[in-house]
Design a binder for this molecule. Structure first.
Ligand code: NAD
Ligand code: UD1
Length: 356
């Protein structure tokens, strides 16, 4: 049993990872300012894991940019925090173009503040949520970890900057005195939901990403999907992505933590993806099959800033973590639909509040 701090643990990926980590027997303190999430997600995490494991979860409402809030989170843990899984941050590409200062502040300054407070507490183990967005327009498919880091928008710049900050922290240590154990996990496209349908992705406003938009069309919140591009050099002219089930991703975090805690000081940089690419139209068809609903669409021009294909080479993660994805597109759509159909308006759906 390890005492962990999870920043952003009420969010989409954080809540699913919290389930996996509680089920693995760990103690968790979640720090979240609920800027893009709801405490209801944490109540449902507790309900999913049962009362014994639920008793090992505490949460603090607070901001990673505040030293005082981070100190409160460290103080709230019943035992010294041994490792941090750092999800908290802002993630919308378009918003990052419009509000770069906010993105640099939350993503970079927040991470800097967290790392400083960790060091004060003698906590040197960190798993960081990075993104395949740092590769920009990839030169080679599949993308391995040696590919150039060349982000093309402010969100990507902040992720690349935090990756560099972490590398600089590791490089500052004399090898014989090294303490930092850091994993920079570069997620491809996280989608799907817990198979219970109780927790899932709950985007604010109209979603920009494909999967939540398709689910919302299927449930009747939008009339049709806009498919961006019909002339990409792909199987059917639509963009191809590496969609990873959020439960596989959650298990990847557990695997990374296990390796860091077992092996000792190091800096890991790993792609977390399936290695499989699917086109937009393949996703639409798979979602229709899983939901039994139709997903009408119209095809328009390409979306600026899109790449034709992004697919991970996940072999390094398999080698270093002994982890690989286990769930395919069918399961992604089935579980995504279980969440969307039971919670058409996300955590605000009528009658969706947990009783306990
Ligand atoms: P999310 O928005 O659902 O979760 C982020 C959580 O952080 C939310 O609960 C939010 O309230 C919280 N938060 C935001 N700012 C905070 C602050 N200043 N202090 C404390 N808490 C704060 O997003 P997610 O999809 O779960 O993503 C988690 C992480 O993974 C993010 O860092 C994101 O950039 C990264 N990531 C996400 C994707 C994706 O497609 N979902 C892909 C690659 C990387
Ligand atoms: C987006 C982010 C990227 C992030 C990634 C992780 C953008 C520009 N990029 O990438 O930084 O790392 O999520 O999940 O937002 N599509 C449609 N119609 C839609 C929405 C999307 O056709 O309404 C297409 C896109 O053109 C693309 C595919 O679906 O071909 C996937 O799009 P999306 O879900 O937005 O993910 P990414 O573009 O890969």
């Amino acid at each position: 049993m390890t005492q962990l701090l999870i920043t952003g643990g009420a969010g989409f990926i954080g809540s699913h990872t919290a389930v996996v980590l509680l089920e693995a027997g760990h103690n968790l303190v979640v720090l979240d300012n609920f800027d893009n999430s709801s405490p209801e997600a944490l109540r449902r995490v507790m309900e999913l894991v049962g009362s014994e494991a639920a008793g090992r979860l505490r949460w603090i409402e607070g901001d990673i940019r505040s030293r005082a809030d981070l100190q409160r989170a460290f103080a709230a843990a019943p035992a010294p925090i041994e490792a941090v899984v750092h999800f908290a941050g802002l993630k919308a590409v378009g918003e990052s173009v419009a509000e770069p200062l906010r993105y640099w502040d939350v993503n970079l300054s927040g991470s800097r503040c967290l790392v400083a407070v960790m060091a004060e507490h003698g906590c040197h183990t960190l798993v960081f949520s990075s993104s395949c967005t740092i590769y920009g327009f990839p030169e080679q498919i599949p993308i391995n970890e040696m590919a150039p880091v060349a982000p093309i928008n402010p969100y990507g710049h902040t992720k690349a900057a935090v990756e560099q900050l972490l590398a600089d922290v590791v490089a500052s240590e004399a090898p014989e005195l090294a303490r930092w154990r850091i994993a920079r996990l570069r997620y491809f496209n996280p989608v799907g939901a817990h198979p219970s349908g109780r927790i899932g992705e709950d985007p604010l406003g109209t979603p920009n990403n494909l999967f939540p938009f398709v689910s919302q069309v299927a449930v009747g919140r939008h009339e049709r999907l806009t498919v961006y591009g019909r002339d990409w050099p792909t199987v059917d002219g639509t963009g191809v992505r590496d969609y990873i089930h959020v439960m596989d991703l959650a298990e990847g975090h557990k695997a990374a933590l296990d390796v860091l805690l077992a092996e000792g000081p190091q800096l890991l940089s790993l792609n977390l993806g399936s290695g499989q690419g699917h086109s937009v139209l393949e996703v639409v068809r798979a979602f229709e099959a899983a939901s039994g609903r139709s997903v009408p669409y119209e095809q328009l021009d390409r979306r600026p800033g899109d790449a034709a294909i992004t697919v991970a080479d996940p072999s390094l993660a398999a080698e270093r973590l002994g982890w690989r994805t286990r769930r395919g597109l069918e399961e992604i759509c089935r579980d995504g639909w279980a969440w969307q159909s039971a919670n058409p308006d996300g955590y605000d759906s009528p009658g969706s509040q947990s009783s306990g």
